[in-house]
Design a protein around this ligand. Structure first.
Ligand SMILES: C[S@@+](CC[C@H](N)C(=O)[O-])C[C@H]1O[C@@H](n2cnc3c(N)ncnc32)[C@H](O)[C@@H]1O
Length: 310
């Protein structure tokens, strides 16, 4: 018998008004998963800070290096990526599985559109470990920790927690350091956290003034932080060398001659990978290559972009 029931459209999600951080970032990275409001917001930010595209690319490049470090050098086999962003190869699981196909990855984001893309496109290749997906908010760390995606991980082995280009969307009154610590407290000892964070520290006064003059609320909540404010996010943790540094200086890629690739002066970000004390040491894996934990005694002076560009 033919079903004559009229088809009821299903609302998967409602597109919010205004820019979405994931799609604006996608646009700044040269992607196509963005809408008019995302592009308009990116254009306004670019008018204030012409090198914001460079900054976005440096954030993404740190993700590549952080995953490579965690999996290939630190021996981590479980990654929880909070704040996934729109897919842009190489994605976290692709880098991880290139080095260790048994790496379990859990993708977490509060944006249902991001998670829809993740479920459809961020899928493991043949023979690789399954991927978990969780629509959740970083501001609810206990909800994240209680989810089956996280409780299903091996709690006898360390986790690599990625919080990359996300914490600048959490204002101080939402206590970002406490959120990081709450997540780490619920993960096995010896777990790592990788953080990248936008800063205005190296920006010329003219650029800062233009960014500060942007209409509040139109571009979403955003809080750039100083070196000391980012350091507070990893207070009490063991910092993996080189510690908390300007983002392009965190173990930069080398060219074919073994020289560091040129560091863009416009990369307005900090990066750090830290580890909770009392690491579980797994023979042949783990913290062997990380060297002693260290913390820079002085704020690092960042290269100055050319004032003429502001
Ligand atoms: C700029 S993208 C970063 C993507 C990726 N981590 C990277 O470094 O390339 C920020 C992502 O964080 C997500 N995000 C922002 N605030 C969040 C929150 N409170 N909880 C979970 N995800 C959040 C956004 O939806 C977006 O996908």
């Amino acid at each position: 018998m033919t079903d004559t029931t009229p088809h009821q459209p299903t609302t998967l999600f409602t597109l919010p008004d205004g820019p979405r951080t994931a799609s604006r970032y996608d646009f700044l990275l040269g992607g196509k998963d963005n809408l008019h409001d995302d592009r308009a917001s990116a254009a306004a930010l670019t008018a204030a800070f012409p090198d914001i595209g460079v900054a976005a690319h440096e954030l993404r490049r740190f993700m590549h290096r952080a995953v490579r470090y965690l999996v290939a050098e630190a021996g981590v086999r479980q990654l929880v990526d909070v704040g996934v962003g729109m897919p842009k190869p190489p994605n976290v699981h692709e880098i991880a599985h290139q080095h260790a196909p048994d790496t379990r990855v859990v993708y977490v984001d509060h944006d249902p559109i991001v998670m829809a893309h993740a479920r459809a496109l961020l899928v493991p290749g043949d023979g690789c470990a399954p991927i978990g997906y969780l629509e959740a908010d970083l501001r609810d760390p206990h909800g994240i920790l209680a989810s089956p995606a996280i409780t299903g991980l091996d709690h006898d082995q360390p986790v690599g927690l990625l919080i990359l280009a996300v914490l600048h969307f959490i204002p101080d009154d939402e206590r970002p350091a406490d959120l990081v610590r709450a997540l780490l407290d619920g993960l096995p000892p010896g777990s790592h956290v990788a953080i990248s964070h936008t800063t205005f520290d190296p920006l010329p006064a003219g650029v800062r003034a233009k960014l500060d003059a942007l209409p509040p609320g139109r571009h979403g909540t955003f809080q750039a932080r100083t070196f000391d404010q980012v350091a507070a996010l990893v207070d009490g943790l063991d910092l993996i060398p080189p510690g908390l540094v300007p983002i392009s200086h965190w173990r930069p890629d080398l060219n074919d001659d073994g020289d560091e690739l040129a560091v863009p002066a416009q990369a307005a970000g900090y990066a750090v990978i830290a580890r909770t004390p009392s690491a579980i040491r797994t023979p042949g894996r783990g913290s062997r290559n990380t060297g002693p934990a260290q913390r820079p005694a002085q704020p690092v002076s960042l290269p100055q972009p050319q004032e003429a560009r502001s």
